[in-house]
Design a binder for this molecule. Structure first.
Ligand code: MTE
Ligand code: MO
Length: 223
């Protein structure tokens, strides 16, 4: 099964997707205020704190076993890699605590993630000088794009564990991206491929009215 499997994409909940597209058109939840990370406010504008952890997906939660999971890293890099889970787990590991900010207005503080840092991955694959953007591809057909500058940050990781336990299937296990300084839709679950590009290419929600940069402190929800 690849990220392009049309039978999986066909199963996504069209209604759910249409509603989120409507939100983008209406500018739902926008407050017009701005904040800054590290400022006095921990909660970005328009967000509220939750203690639970909501599940958001396209109506499909692919069952990716440890044996089946692979990560392909390709595009404008000197060293393309294809890792199975064992190879992934053999890389240097980091622990990182960060807050989650979802565009649907919930935030969840102090999530302890464990996995391989974005910076370690970059040191292995060696992006070429012309590489400036990345697209994450997932087993459910989802894609999302970020700049290389946003990915190349100390708090970004490819996580396999949350609070000391393997990330459960509904939250993107065996491996998901965690990119704390952007709304959570940039944190691809069930990641299977990272593609390096010279030119930006919008992903699933970015093509459906959501903001390309998605900075919660600037309230970049839609765009
Ligand atoms: N592969 C994949 N990744 C995804 C999504 C998705 O539908 N598929 N949804 C995104 C959105 S909109 C959010 S808010 C978060 C939700 O992650 P959670 O279910 O662990 O809270 O995952 C993001 N990553
Ligand atoms: Mo989201």
């Amino acid at each position: 099964m690849t990220e392009k499997d049309p039978s999986l994409l066909g199963k996504v909940r069209d209604k759910l997707i249409r509603r989120k597209e409507e939100w983008a058109k209406e500018g739902r939840l926008l407050t017009g205020q701005a904040g800054a990370p590290g400022g006095p406010e921990r909660l970005p504008p328009g967000q509220r704190e939750v203690k639970n952890w909501p599940v958001l997906d396209l109506g499909v939660q692919p069952d990716v076993s440890a044996e089946k999971w692979h990560l392909r890293v390709d595009g404008l890099i000197a060293n393309p890699v294809a890792w199975d889970l064992e190879t992934f787990l053999a890389q240097p590991q980091i622990d990182s605590v960060s807050d989650i900010h979802c565009v649907t207005a919930w935030s969840r503080y102090d999530n302890r993630w464990q996995g391989v840092s974005a910076r370690h991955l970059l040191s292995v694959v060696q992006p070429l000088p012309e590489a400036r953007f990345l697209v994450f591809h997932s087993y459910d057909g989802y894609t999302t794009n970020v700049s290389l500058a946003d990915f190349d940050d100390a708090d970004v990781l490819l996580a396999h564990s949350w609070e000391g336990k393997p990330i459960p299937r509904e939250h993107g296990g065996p491996v998901r991206i965690v990119l704390p300084k952007r709304y959570f839709w940039k944190s691809a679950k069930w990641v299977c491929r990272i593609e390096f590009l010279a030119k930006d290419r919008p992903g699933f929600w970015e093509e459906r009215g959501y903001h390309n940069e998605a900075d919660p402190w600037k309230e970049e929800r839609y765009g």
